[in-house]
Ligand binder design. Structure first.
Ligand code: ADP
Ligand code: MG
Length: 245
């Protein structure tokens, strides 16, 4: 039985046994998107999108392929910049991508469909790599990554390479990596898109448990109905616009 097959309760560490070595945010970031447009040549990917996400809220953005979901998520995470409009996270404008190193390191965590773990690093090494970038010392990297491996139920897979893990386990490691620096906002683009139904369900269980533990705001882009069902709120993006329901 793999670690991910264990019931959720068994996977949750006791806070007393594993105190966090990095300060947790008290709560998630709020997000405010106002009249954002983004075009790629003649393609109007976003045609004036506005939305507000409250602190620690879990919002899913659905919509058909090509409706602008990834474009919107990338703008919120400062992987790209809007043509017009404004985006605020935790009360501050999202910085320009060229100046967003700190923002991307400490404010947001990203999870993608293909999670792009470094193939030559172990599960633990992949989690530690994101702490290395943030200047966390070796001993703390080890304890923090161990703590996250416990949280995702994969401490016994710490030394496994990504190729030695299942798709669901890799996605769990990607989630742990995204949360390593205690971001106040988790952005996930089709995080269950490459998983079978059962693995997707476990990944969502894990995400919910981590959200409970860490308190971050979660925005997931997905056309997976199972993801939408978990969210506090579902927004529909159609042809570059939010459809009000
Ligand atoms: P979704 O994630 O909802 O499938 P995207 O946000 O990826 O949609 O894309 C929205 C539209 O913008 C699509 O027509 C897509 O082809 C186009 N697009 C997205 N990114 C780029 C890019 N970097 N260059 C050119 N066109 C792009
Ligand atoms: Mg997309």
């Amino acid at each position: 039985m793999s670690a991910l097959d264990r019931p959720l309760a068994a996977r949750r560490p006791s806070r007393r046994q594993s105190e966090p070595s990095v300060a947790k945010p008290d709560h998630g970031a709020d997000v405010e998107v106002r009249d954002v447009t983004r075009s790629f040549g003649p393609i109007h990917a976003l045609r004036g999108v506005s939305l507000t996400v409250a602190r620690s809220e879990f919002v899913t953005i659905t919509g058909p392929s090509g409706s602008g979901k990834s474009t919107l998520l990338n703008l919120i995470g400062s992987l790209d910049r809007p043509d017009s409009g404004s985006i605020w996270v935790a009360g501050a404008p999202v910085p320009d991508p060229r100046l967003a190193v700190e923002f991307r390191r400490h404010m947001v965590g990203f999870v993608f469909q293909e999670n792009l773990l470094l193939p030559y690093l172990s599960a633990q090494g992949n989690i530690e790599a994101s702490l290395l970038g943030a200047g966390v010392g070796r001993r703390e990297r080890r304890s923090r990554s161990s703590e996250l491996l416990i949280e995702i139920g994969l401490l016994d897979r710490a030394d496994h390479l990504p190729s030695q893990l299942s798709g669901g386990q890799r996605q769990a490691v990607a989630l742990a990596r995204a949360l390593a620096n205690n971001p106040q906002l988790l952005l996930a683009d089709e995080p269950t898109g490459a998983l079978d139904t059962e693995s997707a369900k476990r990944a969502l269980d894990l995400l919910e448990a981590l959200r409970e533990q860490h308190g971050m705001t979660v925005i997931i882009v997905s056309h997976d109905i199972a993801v939408a069902e978990r969210a506090d709120r579902v927004l529909h993006l159609i042809d570059g616009r939010i459809e009000r329901s």
